[in-house]
Design a protein around this ligand. Sequence first.
Ligand code: FE2
Length: 189
Amino acid sequence: MPIKNVSTENFIDFIFELFAQRGTEEYMGESVTMSQHMEQTAACAVADGACDSLVISALLHDIGHFVGDHPIDALENGNDNYHDEIGARFLEPYFPSSVTEPIRLHVAAKRYLCATHSDYLGHLSAASVNSLNVQGGPMNAEEVEQFENKALNQDALRLRLYDDDGKVAGLTIKPVTDYRPMLESLLLH
Ligand SMILES: [Fe+2]
């Protein structure tokens, strides 16, 4: 359902406002802010040659932290905030599934990679390992099979790796506002 008083025309400004108001908060105990983390994740997608929808998916993947009812430090404190599902639902009236579905699956992708790639866990930051346990831990065999049958799961796995790399302190990176043309080109009308 679209947000009250936020039309398609002003949704991008609404996103920029969210980044401005909430983006300076610390990202789950990492050494970057929330907005720096999402901008770095998008930059990783660009550097990897990802298509525009996956770049925007990366840019907005943690927006559920901004719009959910849970406190920003919920995950750190052992409570799942379901920011994956909340973020996807928030964006769905405005962007196609190629943007929203990798966001919906980006936590599942972490749980999948932990179950299927023995070296992946060592690649995660301490904060990510901590939240993994809150989010259900590595997938079991049934969950792995279900994940492998989901549409856009490969994009979710790529997003997950960008997410893991987007935590570098002190990196100067393109701000969210530079992505306006790409955001506009993907908006549903
Ligand atoms: Fe993230």
